[in-house]
Design a protein around this ligand. Structure first.
Ligand SMILES: [Zn+2]
Length: 81
């Protein structure tokens, strides 16, 4: 990992190209949308993203399940410098 930015700098735009969602939240939001006409995963989700001992984790608070876990090696590969 070469660069990490952790701050509230609003000048950095949202560069997300795809989203990770909790499968159960998507299923529930889809059912709500069918009944009520709309329910976006963005507004329905209750996710936490944070640091673990070995990387990062995205966790669904609503369902208490792992969505994604990223393990990061602290050793740099020979090609990184
Ligand atoms: Zn969920």
């Amino acid at each position: 990992m070469r660069r990490v930015t952790v701050d509230g700098d609003s000048r950095i735009p949202n560069e997300i190209k795809g989203f990770y969602h909790c499968k159960k939240c998507i299923e529930e939001a889809t059912k709500i949308a069918a009944r009520a006409g709309s329910a976006s995963p963005r507004h329905y989700a209750k996710l936490e993203f944070g640091v673990t001992k070995s990387g990062f984790q995205l966790f669904c608070v609503r369902h208490e399940i792992n969505v994604m876990k990223i393990e990061i090696s602290l050793e740099e590969s020979p090609n990184e410098s």
